[in-house]
Every structure is written in C-alpha cells, then in structure tokens.
Ligand binder design. Structure first.
Ligand code: ADP
Ligand code: MG
Length: 705
C-alpha cells in the first residue's frame, strides 16, 4: 500500500494549487477549502469549476487542462463519481501531488472499495503523491497553505502532525492554538489509498522544519515497513504516537470506522517499541512530549536537579523520577558550597534544593543557575508557586537567560493560573515547556531521556544461525504428506533442526517398542500420546511423567485406552517416549508465535507452568528478533527476577533463553507456512533450555508451494 515517496516537497510547498470543485455554495466543502486557501496562501490558488467563471473573485477554469501554467498540487473536492476521473486527468497532465478530500470510498462499502482500488491504480500509474481519499486535507505553515476544510488555523512551529482521524486534527488545532503550540506540516491521512503513515515518516525524517513527528494512528498498513522506517527516522527525528484501539472493544470500533483491519494490540505494542516510537495514551501527553522534544536539548544523563520554593511539589517531582526512568542527581561539592554561601540557613542545599517560600527572584534564579552548572546534572526542573516577590513573568525571563547560558535541559513548573499564562508564552517562545503539574514535568524529562536512548541505540541485525536445512525439509515433506495441518510433538525434529534443544525422544507404535526406547533413554521416562485430535494431552491423562522402565508397557496400554475413550475415532500417531527433564529446578516458560495481519510473525515469551493463566506474564516482539530484543523480552516480564534466580533457586541460563528466542524467530521467518506455534513448556535451567512440548498449525497450501 505504501508508496515510497521521499520527496513530498511540492505537496507541502507548492506554488500553484488547483481546487477542483471550488464553489461559493454556502456550507459546502468546496467553499471552505477555497476560502481557507485564498485567505493566506503565499502561492496562487486556481479554482476549477466548469459551471463558473470565477470563484471568490478568482478566475475559474473548466478543468485542470485549461489552466495555462503548471499545477503543483490539486485538491479534489468533487463528488466520488467524478473524483477518480479528475485524478486521472491530473495525472495525465503532469500534476504530481493530489489531495482527495472526497469521501465515499473504502469507508463506505463495496462500491466505495472498488472506487478506492481504481484510485490507487491511478496513483500508481501516474506516480502520484496522493493523500486520501476521505481526507480533511493538508496544512503547511511556512507557506501559509491551509488546504483543509476545517475551521481552524495552525500556528507556525516545528511539530509535524499526521492523523488518521480528520476530526481529531480540527479538535487538536483549536486546543493547540489556545496554548500557543505551532506546527510545521499537518496531514489528514484519510483512507491511505497511496501515501500512508510510513510515507510521511520518511518525508519528515531529518526535515529541516520538523523537530518532532507526532501521529494519531488507528492502524498501520505494513508493520514490517513501519518498523524499519521508524528505526531509521528516530535516529534524527523523534516520533510520538497515539495508537488508539488498545482494548478489543476499541479495536472493533476502529475497524468499522476506517476500514483498517486492526492488528492485535500486543503486536502494535511490540512493533511501535521496535520502531523506536514513543507511544502515548492521550493528547495531553502527546503535546507535553512533543513540546519538550522540539524545544529542549537532550540531557547528558538521567540525573535530575530540582529547584523549588515549595516543599510539597518538590517531593511530588522526586517521587515520579523512578517511574520516568530518572534519578535524583547528587551535587558536586562546589555546587553545595555555592548554594550554602547565599541560601538562608533553613533552606535545603541538597537535591531537591528548597529555596523556601519567601524566596525572591534573585535567590530562585541563582539556585537554578548553580544547579544547571553542576556537571553531574543532566537536566533541571524549576518548580515554583508564584508569590508577591516571585512574579511569573520575571521568572520566565530569567529562566530563558539561564537556559541560553547553559544549553542544558531545563523545564519549568510555575504552578498557577492568571499571569502564569503569559509567563508560559515567554518560556514557550524559547522552547522551555512549562507544566502546571510537577509530575508531568518529570515525565516529560523522562521521555526526553528515553528518546536519547532510542537515538543512541544501534540497530542489531538478527542473528543468522546455522540450520540443518535438509532435516527441516525432511520433516516439512512428511507434514506435506499428511492430511492434518495441526502438528504436535511428532514435529519436534523441526525445533532440533533449528538448534532448539529437545529431550531425547522416540515415537513408538507398540508396547515392546516403547520399552525398548525407554531402556535407551533413561531409568525413568515421560510418555505422551501423539494425536492431532488431542490438543491438550494432560487434560485426558495423555502425559505420564516419571515412568520407570518396567512400567512403560502398562502405561503405554493405558495411554491408548485413554485416548480411545476420549475420542474413539481419534487419529493416533503413536506414543512419544521422552527423556525426563528436570523441570523442578528450572523455570517453565512458554515460547510461542502468532501471525499478525499487519506485522507478520510475533513471538511471545511467557512464564509457563501452573500460573500461566493467572499471571498472564508475557512479552512480545515482532520477528525477526535481535539479541538485544530477545533480552528485552525477558527483562519485560514481571517474573524476570525468577529467571535471574530467586528464593534459593539457581539463575537460569539467560543467554540460552535469548538464543532460543532468536532461533525460533529465524525458524518462523524461514517457514512462512507456520501459522502459529506453541512450545509449552520450554524448560529453562542453569544449563540451558529444553523444549518438551510442541504444537503448531501450518498452512497446507503454502507448504505445497
Ligand atoms: P500438554 O501440554 O499437551 O498437556 P506437555 O507435553 O506439555 O503436554 O506435558 C504436560 C506437562 O508435563 C508439562 O507442562 C510438564 O510440566 C510435564 N512434562 C512434559 N514433558 C516432560 C519432560 N520431558 N520432563 C519433565 N516434565 C515433563
Ligand atoms: Mg504443553
């Protein structure tokens, strides 16, 4: 779906813009757009309407072809029946950029879907930068381009904003204007017949006017492409995203809303993280973070200095440091003595510095300046409540000076209303965000620090392990010959071929064979019924653990009886005789894979065993998975301390768990026919791991290719 367009310059910086469907009809979208454009646009507006000689005092043309000059951008607002024709004409006449405002496409049933397909084909054929259809339009403040039908203007700024909801743009613009927050480019993505979210990430990556990219997304078209693009873009430009539809109910609302098939939440969570995207839940956070990311230098470290004239808010800020991934700086001796020299005795010179409620401007600013000068301090948060001797505007002016002197992260938290609003404007002008709430100030600094880590993280190629391909192919050939696409422990050789350790085992067809195999394997063995019709073997008593060799024959018979009782016509492939694994001394984990429609194979790691359903302790990553990502998966588990050794248990061999995750990732990337897979449990001990159970589903059609 996504068209690879790195140069969208003329979309955002056109000279001549045609409005196809320009009109003066009251209440029409055509009028709203023509008005918005003609009001301010630096370039030329060309109304196109076969029924009028002029629109809003501008000469109108019957069609695009009749205009003598070159059109850089065509905004299409005509009804759906003729919109596609218009786009074709535009393409034939060398117009490269098109915004289709017209609705009635994929969002409105099968007719619309067909129409959208046709539009997509035109975009491809003429190599168009096509926004929409069903888009609110595009805004580009540097050239005063407002090609939307929204009622709002955007202030100039360095935030570029894309949204899959046009209505949200309108709402956000009015909200942002009240707060003096400005934008560089804004695009309403609409149905994304051609250009999609990834196209605009690319367009704004490293763009001079864009300091931060923000997005409201309901779905992502191509998850793999989004991840690789995001990874590159965030090396130069931070990306903050609201991805709605976290809950199942929300996701349903989304798919009926825009026609995007919402991927599973865990895939999005993982995919956005792997793309280096900062994910937020609400518009407040979106702009808190956008502001600090666009205005402030990245902190040198995660150590924070806090200056306050009020004890309480200072404590609130300190309390939040941990969850924000920050910590309290301990000051250099020089800082302490400088502070001690001028602060009253009752003041606190240790971090958080409390300059006391009776502090005047001079005392407060000196303390901030000294904290900013401490080489241990990565960022400073200046928290104050206004008083008769500490006026917000004066303080704002001083903070700006201090910031310019030190060029270090500084955020302000002047708590209050009234005059604070004008102080906020002074600060914002210089890129210093002001927060009413100390907690928000801390969280924002935390995000700035997080972005620094994202920017610095080096991309790791997923490992390419040696694989016993002939063995893997042999097993796949056997699978192909079967009629069932559900496989169990009989396919464990596949894991082995990919270097994932499995216990010694053999599948047998009779009691004699079972006993013979057991003698080879150990004094005690595990017996498992092998049948595609029995998914949960232990539920029917189909697993016998710790069977001594002399009992193997009896237990074998018992297993067959149980299976027959459960389902007389069940396909029985035999019984697996398996080596005993010391599950007691290790940790039972679950490793799994599910295919997400947007992201492809997603690997899951979870704590297995008896608590699995209760705890739901799982982590996810989109394959292919690098070593670092594998390690993160373990660290993200609530039960990570158990892996590192807890309650007298030995630590498990974490390197081997990470390696197993990577090997599984390689396997599912290599064999797309695997639709889902479960290794439950994969037992991890201090020695390594052993996969003792396997379940997978394959796509038979794909296997045949
Ligand atoms: P299922 O999940 O179909 O019931 P499993 O093969 O996972 O069957 O076996 C059930 C449980 O038996 C496992 O969760 C594990 O606790 C135990 N188990 C299975 N195989 C072994 C083995 N080789 N060594 C030790 N314990 C095992
Ligand atoms: Mg199992």
């Amino acid at each position: 779906m996504s068209v690879d367009k790195n140069n969208l310059k003329n979309l955002f910086f056109p000279n001549k813009v045609a409005v196809v469907g320009a009109t003066e009809r009251d209440g029409s979208v055509g009028l709203a757009i023509t008005k918005n454009l003609s009001d301010k646009f630096d370039g030329e507006v060309v109304p196109v309407n076969p029924n009028r000689d002029e629109v809003l005092g501008m000469k109108a043309y019957p069609d695009i072809t009749s205009f003598p000059g070159e059109i850089d951008l065509a905004v299409v607002v005509v009804p759906p029946k003729i919109a596609n024709q218009t786009v074709k004409e535009a393409g034939e006449n060398g117009v490269k950029n098109v915004i289709v405002i017209t609705a009635g496409y994929g969002e409105s049933g099968s007719e619309g879907l067909k129409r959208e397909k046709e539009l997509q084909e035109s975009a491809e054929k003429y190599d168009l930068n096509l926004v929409g259809p069903n888009s609110l339009g595009v805004i580009s403040t540097p050239v005063n381009l407002n090609a939307t039908f929204g009622p709002e203007e955007a202030l100039p700024g360095s935030i570029s904003f894309m949204s899959q909801s046009g209505a949200l743009i309108t709402a956000v613009l009015s909200w942002a204007e009240d707060r003096g927050i400005g934008f560089h480019n804004i695009v309403s993505l609409g149905n994304e017949a051609a250009l999609d979210e990834t196209s605009f990430l690319k367009a704004w990556s490293g763009d001079e006017g864009t300091d931060v990219i923000i997005a409201y997304l309901e779905g992502i078209g191509d998850g793999q492409e989004f991840i690789s693009t995001g990874r590159e873009v965030t090396e130069s430009t931070p990306i903050v995203v609201i991805k709605s539809g976290r809950t199942e109910e929300g996701a349903k609302a989304v798919s009926s809303h825009t026609g995007t098939l919402a991927g599973s939440e865990s895939a999005y969570e993982a995919g956005l993280e792997q793309a280096g995207v900062i994910r937020v839940d609400n518009i407040g956070d979106l702009f808190d973070y956008a502001e600090i990311l666009s205005g402030q230098p990245l902190p040198e470290n995660d150590k924070v200095g806090i200056v306050t004239n009020a004890g309480g808010p200072g404590i609130m800020a300190t309390d939040t440091l941990g969850v924000a991934g920050l910590s309290l700086a301990s000051f250099e001796d020089e800082t302490l003595s400088k502070l001690g020299d001028f602060l009253p005795e009752e003041a606190n010179i240790y971090n958080p510095i409390d300059v006391l409620g009776d502090s005047d401007l001079d005392r407060f600013k000196k303390a901030v300046d000294i904290a900013m000068g401490d080489s241990q301090v990565g960022s400073v948060i200046a928290i104050s409540y206004p008083s008769a001797i500490l006026g917000p505007n004066d303080l704002a002016e001083e903070l700006v000076k201090i910031q310019n002197d030190h060029e270090k992260t500084l955020v302000s938290c002047i708590m209050g209303g009234g005059e604070v609003n004008s102080a906020e404007s002074i600060l914002r002008e210089e890129g210093i965000p002001n927060y009413f709430d100390p907690e928000r100030a801390v969280k924002s600094v935390g995000i700035l620090n997080k972005y620094k880590q994202i920017k610095e993280r080096e991309y790791q190629e997923p490992a390419d392990f040696w694989v016993n391909r002939s063995r893997a192919n042999e097993i796949l050939a056997q699978v192909r010959a079967r009629t069932d696409n559900r496989l169990g422990v009989e396919a464990m050789g596949l894991l082995e071929a990919y270097g994932i350790p499995i216990p010694d085992s053999e599948i047998v067809g009779g009691p004699d064979q079972a006993e013979e195999a057991a003698k080879e394997i150990g004094d005690e063995v595990v017996l498992k019924i092998v049948s595609p019709d029995i998914l949960h073997k232990s539920d029917i008593g189909g697993v016998k653990v710790g069977v001594p060799v002399e009992k193997v024959r009896d237990e074998y018979e018992d297993l067959i009886v149980r299976a027959r009782n459960y389902q007389p016509d069940a396909t029985l492939l035999g019984v697996q005789v398996q080596e005993m694994v010391d599950a007691e001394s290790g940790v039972e984990t679950i490793l799994g894979m599910n295919k997400d429609p947007q992201f492809g194979p997603v690997i899951m790691l979870g704590l297995g065993g008896i608590f699995v359903e209760v705890l739901e302790d799982t982590s996810f990553r989109v394959a292919p998975i690098s070593e670092r990502e594998g390690r993160q998966m373990i660290n993200e588990l609530e039960s990570a301390p158990i892996f590192r050794g807890a309650r007298g248990k030995e630590a498990v061999n974490i390197d081997k768990v990470v390696e197993t995750i990577q090997r599984l990732s390689q396997m599912v990337m290599d064999i797309p026919a695997i639709l889902e897979l479960d290794i439950n449990p994969c037992v991890a001990t201090s020695e390594g791991v052993k996969a003792v159970d396997l379940r997978l589903t394959v796509d038979e059609d794909k296997l045949r290719i």
